[in-house]
Design a protein. Structure first.
Length: 201
């Protein structure tokens, strides 16, 4: 019920109270609107599955809307979709911030990420998979490897120093993870970047 009331508030704010009855009638049985909250009740996503513009044109005659009302509803839908994108951007920025802040922690894992984001494991998995195409474990590893490559590219740190800076304590495991991402060992990567002048001055 809490999620339902929240999304109804979103629709009222974006579409307009006077058009809600027609909005509901128009999309009855043809719309899927849900919202996702984290464990602390913060709205993190709006999931909207709506007819496209052509379907809107065909459907408006069924409820006797004039073109202005149809236009207002369409504008409301577009605003709702923009709100979706905004929430995704905000959440991804938060995710990246958390990952970067705790990257050096060798104990940092999915369970800690769930706690820091206020989300249960199932919701976190679904959301990260939906937005990035990879699992939370893979994302944490990939972000660490990207940072490791960036640090090696600078040429200011040894491989061992970089390993600790991105949250690894086992050299062989760090090397395996790096090779899985770049098909080259971190030491070889550093040497090649140095020879090709990859390090910034």
């Amino acid at each position: 019920m809490k999620e339902y009331l929240k999304i109804i508030d979103e629709i009222i704010a974006l579409v307009g109270l006077h058009l809600i009855p027609k909005f509901v009638n128009l999309y009855q049985g043809q719309v899927d609107i849900r919202c996702e909250e984290n464990d602390t009740g913060v709205l993190i996503n709006i999931i909207v599955s709506l007819p496209d513009k052509n379907e809107l044109q065909a459907l408006q005659n069924q409820v006797g809307m004039d073109s202005l009302q149809a236009k207002q509803i369409l504008e409301g839908i577009l605003k709702l979709e923009n709100r979706q994108l905004e929430l995704k951007r905000i959440w991804l920025n938060k995710l990246v911030s958390v990952l970067e802040e705790h990257m050096e922690n060798t104990e940092f894992n999915v369970a800690m990420l769930c706690q820091l984001l206020g989300m249960n494991r199932k919701l976190l998995y679904r959301k990260i998979k939906q937005l990035t195409g990879v699992t939370p474990v893979s994302l944490i590893r990939r972000v660490r490897m990207i940072r490791a490559a960036t640090l090696l590219l600078q040429g200011r740190f040894t491989v061992s120093e970089v390993m600790y800076m991105v949250g690894y304590s086992n050299p062989s495991y760090f090397s395996r993870c790096f090779m899985a991402e770049y098909n080259i060992s971190p030491s070889q990567y550093a040497i090649i970047q140095k020879k090709t002048g990859g390090a910034s001055e």
